[in-house]
Design a protein around this ligand. Structure first.
Ligand SMILES: [Zn+2]
Length: 393
């Protein structure tokens, strides 16, 4: 039986089931139940930035073994507009994806992409990168937009300080993000269900604090006090380096309640996923599998392959021997290299299929390793194969 959250929100909002079936050290094998089905964790969500995982159809996406996808609130609220998506039946209908969807809050993009933004305690005002129009994003509007989009998991609005931020700026972002989490919770409790389809949505709070462990602890305490359905670790993988990231991650198991899912935002490098799973993280999202595919780079169990390299020009082998994906069953490295050289769309499509299949198989292997109580040993073997040049820890 899934553990239903019993936090201080109405029973009608007990929306996410999360059950842990095995632990191995701090690593957790879990099941997350949403209005659009159950997924097994740890898992990685590919980015469906504008309501599509670039280059492939939802049927192809499903065939890669992908369980759940992320869509970007910032992009969808600017174009085509959250109201339009709601009018058309909500995001699941719009993007023809029947599985679970998570929408981010838009905060990260506002802080990294948008022009001329002004942050106050009320929210953030910015200029759209599309037409320069002035847009206001408050915690309440952020919840409304995500309610209109209708994902299964919605994220609080948070302030994302740059990697170069000093302690004072980080502390201010922690306090502002915590206050916004409270306002998001109030707005979420008032509705809690997607606008069009009416299914329940689970709200996650976001921890900030950079690499400052005291601020990380304060941030976690403030959002955990709100008793939300899940918690995310934000503000990492912004250039702090793997050692600093690990130092922060090593503290999360004691900061967050065991029975709630934990989501590390923006992380997808296999070595970072392994380090985070070892610290008790359940969910990931990253653009790496799809973005690198478009740049002719394939992920494999023996490291990355650059398919533009001349060495593949006559290579009849698949991208990865033994990979069950459509690409590896049907195409040689030589053919894929040719498509990239000739700028055929099929090149990026084929590698997107392979890379998403790789991450689905990689996370499935992590889950099997946890179930078998072998996660650490297997992790070391995978790292040695994937990163042969790197000194092993
Ligand atoms: Zn493959």
């Amino acid at each position: 039986m899934a553990d239903r959250p019993t936090g201080g929100y109405p029973p009608s909002l007990n929306v996410l089931g999360f059950a842990i079936d095995h632990t191995d050290g701090k690593a957790r094998l879990g099941r997350l139940t949403t209005a659009h089905g159950e997924v097994t964790t740890p898992l990685l969500m590919p980015c469906g930035t504008a309501g599509a995982v670039r280059g492939i159809t939802p049927a192809q996406l499903r065939a890669t073994g992908t369980q759940m996808v992320l869509a970007n609130t910032y992009h969808l609220m600017l174009r085509p507009g959250a109201e339009v998506v709601a009018e058309l039946g909500g995001l699941h209908r719009f993007m023809a994806w029947a599985g679970p969807i998570l929408t981010d809050s838009g905060g990260y993009q506002v802080f990294s992409l948008a022009d001329r933004r002004t942050v106050t305690d009320d929210g953030v005002v910015f200029r759209s990168h599309i037409d320069g129009a002035e847009v206001a994003l408050t915690p309440e509007r952020c919840m409304e937009v995500q309610r209109l989009l209708g994902a299964d998991i919605v994220m609080q609005l948070d302030e994302c300080p740059p990697a170069s931020a000093g302690r004072e700026q980080l502390a201010a972002a922690v306090r502002r993000s915590a206050a916004w989490a409270g306002r998001c919770k109030a707005a979420w409790e008032a509705h809690g269900r997607s606008a069009r389809a009416g299914h329940p949505q689970g709200l996650f709070g976001i921890q900030q604090g950079g690499t400052d462990l005291e601020l990380r602890a304060e941030s976690a305490r403030r959002i955990v006090d709100l008793e939300l359905p899940g918690y995310a670790i934000g503000g990492l993988s912004v250039g702090e380096g793997p050692e600093a990231m690990r130092t922060v991650l090593e503290t999360i198991d004691e900061l967050f309640p065991a029975g709630k899912p934990r989501y590390l935002m923006g992380v997808g490098e296999p070595a970072d996923i392994l380090a985070a799973v070892a610290c008790g993280v359940d969910l990931f999202d990253c653009v790496l599998p799809t973005r690198n595919a478009r740049n002719a780079q394939a992920f494999t169990w023996t490291g990355r392959l650059r398919l533009r390299n001349a060495e593949h020009a006559r290579d009849p082998r698949p991208v990865e021997e033994g990979c069950p994906c459509y690409t590896c069953r049907n195409f040689s490295r030589a053919a894929i290299r040719h498509y990239f050289q000739a700028e055929e769309m099929l090149g990026p499509i084929l590698l997107t299929i392979h890379n998403l299949t790789f991450f689905a198989r990689f996370t499935a292997a992590i889950r099997e390793g946890i179930a078998a109580g072998q996660f650490q040993q297997r992790s070391r073997q995978w790292l040695a194969r994937m990163y042969p040049q790197r000194p092993q820890r």
